[in-house]
Design a protein around this ligand. Sequence first.
Ligand SMILES: NC(=O)c1ccc[n+]([C@@H]2O[C@H](COP(=O)([O-])OP(=O)(O)OC[C@H]3O[C@@H](n4cnc5c(N)ncnc54)[C@H](O)[C@@H]3O)[C@@H](O)[C@H]2O)c1
Length: 249
Amino acid sequence: MRLKDKVAIVTGSGRGIGEGIVLRFAEEGAKIVVNDVNEADAKSTMGNIKAKGGKAIAVVGSVSSREDVQKMFDAAVKEFGTVDIVVNNAGITRDVMMHKMTDDHWNQVIAVNLTGVYYCMQCAGNIMREKGYGKIINISSTSALGNVGQLNYSASKAGVIGMTKTAAKELGPKGVNVNAIAPGMIWTDMMKSMKPEVISQMDAMLPFIVPLNRKGSPQDIANLALFLASDESSFITGQVIFCDGGMKI
Ligand SMILES: NC(=O)c1ccc[n+]([C@@H]2O[C@H](COP(=O)([O-])OP(=O)(O)OC[C@H]3O[C@@H](n4cnc5c(N)ncnc54)[C@H](O)[C@@H]3O)[C@@H](O)[C@H]2O)c1
């Protein structure tokens, strides 16, 4: 088992990529803190882990609230004694062309995707610095390189890359690895919520924009997250690994 008895918090793990990550981590022996704003989804993921004999708790809360984030870390320490791995996965989109973007579109995305990662990395760093060990994995996006209709989202995901590199420099001497994953098109509710005509256009274009000619799955991201959470990647820090079927080669 590659994560035996490690304690992992994965934000936004009630569904989608986050759910894929916690299920994979639990298979490898990690004790899991499932976090989500959606209580039913958080509890359902926790139930799925427990049904397979894993250990998990569900903590409902928003990563955009410093208070909720602190409570989540406190709950993890109370239940499992420490935190070894944090995956900052919770994220939202409010896609709209720049000329139609409102301050609400901007502020909501920045609050969750950027400020949320800041709160979680700060709490994680406090615990991991002291114990001299930890793995932080931030979920960025290929959209960090720019994408039409995603000014807010691409700003947040590019910001996550900057924060990843800074945190890696600050926490490296303390034994903490900080890396980012930049997923491409992953078939989750986030993608499924796009307009049907956009999805069919993307499907038609797939062979031309994705060399591996398929959309990704949560398992594709979970396998990479597992590598970055394990000690197999102990000499890797501050990196952004694109998991996108070659879309951004
Ligand atoms: N799906 C893709 O194609 C894709 C591509 C690149 C990056 N990503 C990133 O991967 C991550 C996961 O995306 P997904 O496709 O699984 O999305 P998703 O919408 O299917 O799942 C996101 C989960 O996060 C939860 N969440 C939302 N706001 C939250 C908050 N404030 N606090 C805690 N939980 C919150 C949601 O309730 C949901 O369960 C996101 O950061 C997303 O930006 C996704």
